[in-house]
Design a protein around this ligand. Structure first.
Ligand SMILES: [Zn+2]
Length: 523
């Protein structure tokens, strides 16, 4: 790294404070050795420094990829909130900068019981609740439904009609009819067929009216899983009725404790032959307790009130503040690794903050008679999870959606190459596209204003509610997109400032033009 000698004004750079402390220098002006980054700060000014600081902070590995609901996101939300407040924006949501966005939570077993006459099962030893089912308390007669197969090969079936299990609790063997070696009778390679899947059995039994389902390991199976209670850690609920898993030994203990003539072996012989369900002559009381974890994250919104009549209308400028965390979803092949998301979308979030800082004093300096729309700055959450934050906002907007004059979305503006920036969606407003095209002459960037809407992000929920929207994104996408390689060092800070300069004009123009953009379908 090349080091250069330079003069710096005290107070211009916070970094300088450290230099003074460590070098013992004092005075109005100092001579100091500074590195390349401070030299860039000095050369390109405060915007460059502040943009760099925001991107570097948000993409820092400490924030672990800004996954909604994670500790890194808690810090991210706070960071955006504090920067909005410092810029002079007002809390947008009833006195708060935050709008809570519910996220789908994990389900987990809280408890459960199986009681059959004198027998009371021990959870986690003899049986457990299976998360593929729902929760609740159920009472009813136990019926044995073989392997729970409706239409197997060679006419094999465990059912006669559609309501065979109506009002009953189905006891269903796991796997499928076996040969003497304990492997499937229906395949050649020793694997189980699709009929043996939990999904197939549960959906079949539920469709035939079962009010609960107990999956039991049959005896004599050649599969290591037969030694475990048949439950799953999956969070994907397949049926609404409660589902339990039970060991072979527990089934035998249950039958014996009730002096029932059946055994697991005798039931297996019946199941292997097929034939309709039959009652075991026992009543059961079951309970499955499943807890649904409630998780949420926050959209961060800061409002800048406009002036005059137009102030009731809004120009929205949004950027998503979340990313992929450790690649739990959305990663392009790097599950489990840290995805810092510098371009996606620390770059847009940083632009959002800088624009707030520019637009607030601009609005304050308008002539008193000048009409201007209010401007809503929105740090949207959970975009990567499926545009959750933007969807939530358009369903709970701070003003009627007809008063949303324009939405501007930044998602990945940090890796501009050869000055190229794509603009999408501008065909959604009458006169919007012509205006965006004309702006090309006023920026060092080269605007590629599309008539197609081929890239999705937070503008889509706004468009679906008939709010005109424009979307700015680099052109083309890079290979680091949704990988651990999307790091802060690769951000093109200078061109990002050019994007901010351009959209400063766009926001000012959109806020003050007498007439809004009439919505047109962009598809
Ligand atoms: Zn993304």
């Amino acid at each position: 790294m090349k080091r250069i000698r330079s003069q710096i004004q005290i107070g211009r750079l916070s970094l300088l404070g450290c230099l003074i402390l460590t070098s013992g220098l004092s005075g109005q002006e100092v001579q100091a050795d500074i590195g390349v980054v401070p030299a860039m700060y000095q050369r390109y000014g405060d915007d460059f420094r502040r943009y760099d600081e925001h991107v570097s902070f948000l993409a820092n590995p400490f924030l672990e990829g800004r996954l909604p609901g994670s500790p890194g996101m808690v810090i991210t939300e706070r960071y955006v909130e504090e920067n909005f407040a410092a810029a002079g924006l007002q809390p947008a949501f009833d006195g708060s900068f935050r709008q809570s966005v519910p996220l789908g939570g994990q389900r987990k077993v809280e408890g459960g019981s199986i009681q059959v006459g004198a027998w009371n099962g021990e959870r986690q030893e003899q049986f457990d609740v299976n998360l593929l089912g729902g929760q609740g308390s159920v009472q009813g007669p136990l019926v044995f439904a073989g392997f729970g197969v409706d239409k197997g090969p060679d006419g094999y079936s465990n059912f006669l009609g559609d309501r065979d299990l109506q009002g009953r609790i189905a006891v269903v063997y796991r796997f499928e009819p076996m040969n003497e070696s304990g492997t499937s009778r229906w395949t050649e390679d020793g694997r189980w067929s699709r009929q043996a899947s939990y999904r197939s059995k549960l959906m079949t039994a539920a469709s035939k009216g079962a009010k609960a389902i107990i999956l039991v390991n049959p005896p004599g199976v050649s599969d290591p899983r037969a030694g475990e209670i048949p439950v799953t850690r999956s969070n994907r609920k397949r049926v609404d009725v409660p589902v339990f898993g039970m060991t072979t030994e527990a089934l035998d203990a249950l039958l014996k404790a009730n002096a029932n003539p059946w055994t697991s072996e005798k039931l297996l012989a019946k199941a292997d032959k097929g034939g309709p369900p039959f009652p075991l002559g026992l009543n059961a009381e079951l309970e499955a307790k499943i807890e649904q974890e409630q998780r949420s994250c926050d959209n961060i919104g800061g409002l800048l009130p406009g002036q005059g009549e137009l102030a009731k209308e809004l120009v929205v400028i949004g950027a998503h503040i979340d990313h992929l965390g450790l690649g739990v979803y959305g990663s392009r092949g790097f599950r489990g690794e840290l995805h810092p998301g510098a371009d996606d979308n620390a770059s847009g979030t940083a632009a959002l903050i800088l624009l707030a800082e520019r637009i607030v004093p601009w609005m304050a300096a308008l002539e008193p008679g000048q009409q201007a729309r209010s401007v809503l700055f929105l740090g949207l959450n959970a975009e990567e999870a499926g545009l959750d934050g933007a969807r939530h906002y358009v369903n709970h907007p701070i003003r009627s959606l007809e008063d949303h004059s324009l939405m501007i979305n930044f998602d990945m503006i940090g890796r501009v190459v050869d000055g190229k920036l794509q603009i999408l969606g501008s065909q959604s407003g009458e006169g919007l596209m012509e205006w965006m095209k004309a702006l090309d002459a006023e920026t060092p960037l080269h605007l590629n204003v599309h008539t197609r809407l081929h890239l999705g992000s937070d503008h889509l929920p706004f468009l679906s509610k008939r709010v005109p929207a424009v979307f700015a994104i680099i052109d083309p996408l890079h290979r680091d997109y949704h990988t651990p390689g999307d790091v802060a060092s690769k951000i093109n800070r200078l061109d990002s400032i050019h994007v901010i300069d351009l959209f400063e004009k766009v926001i000012q123009g959109a806020a003050t033009r007498p007439k809004g953009f009439e919505f047109k379908s962009p598809y």
